[in-house]
Design a protein around this ligand. Sequence first.
Ligand SMILES: Cc1cc2nc3c(=O)[nH]c(=O)nc-3n(C[C@H](O)[C@H](O)[C@H](O)COP(=O)(O)OP(=O)(O)OC[C@H]3O[C@@H](n4cnc5c(N)ncnc54)[C@H](O)[C@@H]3O)c2cc1C
Length: 507
Amino acid sequence: MKLFLGLFLCAFSVCCSSATFSGSRRSILREVNDKDQTGVDHDYAVELNATNFDSVLKDTPATFAVVEFFAHWCPACRNYKPHYEKVARLFNGADAVHPGIILLTRVDCALKINTKLCDKFSVGHYPMLFWGAPPKFVGGSWEPKQEKSDIHVIDDARTADRLLNWINKQTSSSFGLDDQKFQNEQLSSNVSDPEQIARAIYDVEEATSIAFDIILEHKMIKPETRAPLIKFLQLLTAHHPSRRCRKGAGELLVSFDDLYPTDFSSSQKQDDDKSQVTNFQICGKEVPRGYWMFCRGSKNETRGFSCGLWVLLHSLSVRIEDGESQFTFNAICDFVHNFFVCEECRQHFYKMCSSVSSPFNKARDFALWLWSSHNKVNERLSKEEASLGTGDPKFPKTIWPPKQLCSSCYLGHDQKSNKIEWNQDEVYKALRNYYGTTLVSLYKEKGIVGNEGTEGAALEDLIVASNAIVVPVGAALAIAVASCAFGALACYWRSQQKSRKPRRTWN
Ligand SMILES: Cc1cc2nc3c(=O)[nH]c(=O)nc-3n(C[C@H](O)[C@H](O)[C@H](O)COP(=O)(O)OP(=O)(O)OC[C@H]3O[C@@H](n4cnc5c(N)ncnc54)[C@H](O)[C@@H]3O)c2cc1C
């Protein structure tokens, strides 16, 4: 077992480098925006090279990618750059007018490191632009004589206008170079469209990452909040719908005692070792990306994080087993109570948590409790937002699920109490389908796979779980049976560390 653990930890340190604790690790996609904030001249197109080409294109939530092959010494490329940048600023970076649809990138073929990559795409002149779905570029190639290819040369892109016209034709869109932020015709207000929720997997990652950024930035880890955080991490390690967030949560769990000893909040180390602690990115270095997909509001200040958090909570609620329902209820209630920085929200939610009188024995009951609590919040907010005009006009609060998503969920309407009569079996089915299968369908479709197999397969694994998580020390082995090996071993390792060694301090 020792050997196995040793091998595991060794392999883990190599393959999980995206979620390590070291140094400054900023997302390539975010760099665009970071530089923007410093006022330094910056590029919107994402610079790729042979080492990050596959990972960035595999990871992007964008539906399409443009790859420009150029050479930094080429005068035509230099002249073309402002045109390319004009289009890139529409789609790339946190301030993009149309984020998450098209990723514009460039590869400098004059750099030796990129020679093979440029050869694979038969780059015959500079600049040369290609178009395709991002996964098609991953490990991909292009040949001039190839009859059928998923990657296309953009043959009419001499100016920004012409490039955008070409893109508009491909996507049947009408993007304009003068488009303003949030005048986004792509934004659909029908958020219950199953295709929309498929994009929410990115928002679940975004919300998870932001939640932990907030915890670290606001120094919210204190002796009294350690236990709730550990509980929530255990839940994420076992049931987060994204494999890389599960990995990151597991890694954090393993190192938790070392990184955040019980005297962490008072420790001078917290400031001394800031980079190590605050640079940890729970869902890997590409997240947060700085924008929302499913949870994007039509105004700057609406939706976003709180929407992403709801989606995360629902997605957890449909992945647990019966024996985990009370643990999950506690973990979620305590997490919101201790770490959700919206004071009003946490107060209201805690009240709802406190009003539950008997423990949950069934996963179904917990998922329905969360659904019903969310609807209570919606009901209250719909009135508040209507009177104050603070809501998002494109996303008014409504009772979920709407009839067009699940007509069988509706049994009738009780006139006396003015309440909807629900078919709760159908609602649970709808929740499982929406936040379970459909939520991750885009991941599957885009072939975003982990080293150990498909994301889909891992997710299927996670639906089978046990009640072991209720007892943290025994959790790891039982989760091992039911959950991904990573989460299991992380929990196990942590429990072993806890029972074996005395508590370490920063010194
Ligand atoms: C735990 C929690 C408590 C909150 N409490 C408050 C509060 O007290 N006051 C306040 O002003 N704001 C509160 N918020 C924020 C608020 O609920 C919304 O998240 C925010 O206004 C953004 O709304 P939205 O339109 O994006 O939809 P959200 O309400 O965030 O919902 C996100 C998505 O979930 C789906 N959905 C909606 N209802 C349900 C449901 N019942 N079951 C399953 N899925 C559903 C829809 O597709 C929706 O688009 C809270 C948020 C959280 C996470």
